[in-house]
Structures are given as C-alpha cells and as structure tokens.
Design a binder for this molecule. Sequence first.
Ligand code: OFO
Length: 183
Amino acid sequence: MDKNRLSKTLSVALNIQITKEAHASQIYLSYASWAASQGFGGIANFLFRHAQEERNHMMKILEYILKRCGDAHITAIPAPPENPATIHSCFEKVFEHEVDNTKSVYKLVKMSFEEEDWATWNFMQWFVKEQVEEETLAINLIDKLKMAGGEKASSYALYSFDRDLEKASDKSISAQDVTTENP
Ligand code: OFO
C-alpha cells in the first residue's frame, strides 16, 4: 500500500522549500555575525533570532512531508551572499530575501491549489501569513533607518536603533509550538 499522500511534483517543490528556508537561516546567521563584528549587539541579536526562526520553518516543512509519508531529502545549503556594506543595506537585503521567499511560498500555494491538494494548500497558509509579518517587520525597520538618515545615518542614530533592537524579545517559537494565530 502506498501511504505517500504527496504528489511527486509537490514533494519536489516542498523539498526545495526546505533548502530555501535553511538558506534563509544561513543568510540571517551570516548577517548577524557581521553585525556583531561591527559592534551592533542589538541588531545581531535580532538577526540571530531570525536565523533560528527560519530553521524552525525548515523543520515545519520537513515534519509536514514526513507526516504525509512523503520523501524528504536533505541537501547542501547554498552559501550566504557577501556581507552588506552598511546597516541600511543589510535590512534592504533582508527585505529582498523575504520577498524572494514569498514568491516561492506563493508558487507552492498555486501548485497545491491546481492539484487540489487541500491539506498542503491549508498547510501553506501559515507561511503566507508569516511572510506578510516578516516583510512588514523588514519594511518597518527600513523606514526607521531612513528616518535615521539611511546610508548616512549618524553613529548616534545607529546606536539608538541598535539599542531598540536589543530590547526586543529573545524568544523564537519552535516549529511544533507554532499555530496560525501565533506564527
Ligand atoms: Fe522568512 O520566513 Fe521562512 O518562510
């Protein structure tokens, strides 16, 4: 008896998304290390936390594939891009990565809709909501940085921005504890 409840196409796409989430985690991890090396402890803390969140997203998809008795493949993760030149460009890049990830989430939603795989369609709605939150968060931070002077932000403005992020909570929710209401 074949217990696999995922089509070959969706299984491949979900596995690609696992690698994309792992890659996103590596990007946050590398930007966090860069920010820490520049003395921005608050920004680093924020980015390290997001690295963990992306890893949780990866686990969430892996667990879903296994729950549906599909084939999960763990592959190599592409290297993160070069370090950003400034804090402003760091957050612009974060936003661009999130938009890119949103596109692949939408692709999965479309595929599951076309296949009438309502379980996967429903599962992916969590990611649709999560991406809205992550894009909004990145946009808000870029707006704050613009107010602080953007690329020309003074050391004091960056110091205040860093201190604000330092105060943000350190807790990232594990994939298994996440709900649609509390992503
Ligand atoms: Fe950027 O959040 Fe994962 O999917």
